[in-house]
Design a protein around this ligand. Structure first.
Ligand code: FE
Length: 185
């Protein structure tokens, strides 16, 4: 009786081990499989003059490091801030569109740019609310609202409620997070 119990027990144990091994192998396979397709997002395109469907841009930290300049990487991927008055777009007045330096998504129009006197390129509105993401940022012991690119989640800057009327908003951006294009739409 004892022997039969022992044999049954060991069979049961080896059976369980087998199942666990199979589960482990299945997990391993799932991990090796390509990531499931990311749902496309609806964003505004200045070139098309309307909304388009676009794939989110997802890259590893190493890939971003290779693609971006050290300054762009520090700001877009590590939420850095360039020194006031140091960016190339602070006093930039050409007509066109400011795109994301990480993924090229249209973000702001020159028509909505104004001189806030802060030393950072400032806008009263994004090109479309759908092209950006805003979220609370409670770092540095203050309550701010962070602005990110909708397509690549790159950090762009912050939005404050001390902008000019009638909108009253100041999108305070880092020049290094932007790429100007002289298209007019
Ligand atoms: Fe982007």
């Amino acid at each position: 009786m004892k022997l039969r119990t022992a044999v049954f027990g060991s069979l049961l144990l080896s059976g369980m081990a087998g199942i666990m091994l199979l589960l482990h192998a299945a997990n391993g396979l799932a991990g090796a499989a390509p990531a499931a397709a990311v749902a496309a997002i609806r964003v505004y395109s200045a070139e098309k003059g309307g909304y388009i469907m676009s794939e989110p841009v997802v890259r590893t930290d190493q890939e971003w490091k290779k693609l971006l300049t050290p300054e762009q990487y520090k700001i877009l991927r590590k939420k850095g801030t360039e020194r006031a008055y140091s960016g190339i777009y602070d006093k930039h007045h050409e007509q066109g569109v400011y795109r994301c330096a990480g993924c090229g998504l249209d973000l702001f129009r020159s028509e909505d740019k104004y001189d806030s006197g802060t030393g950072w390129p400032s806008f009263t509105a994004p090109i479309s609310a759908e092209n950006i993401i805003t979220r609370p940022d409670n770092s540095l012991f203050t309550k701010r609202t962070e602005v990110l690119c909708r397509r690549c989640s790159g950090h762009l800057g912050h939005v404050f409620d001390d902008g000019p009327k009638p909108r009253g908003l100041r999108y305070c951006m880092n020049s290094a997070a932007l790429q100007f294009s002289a298209i007019r739409k």
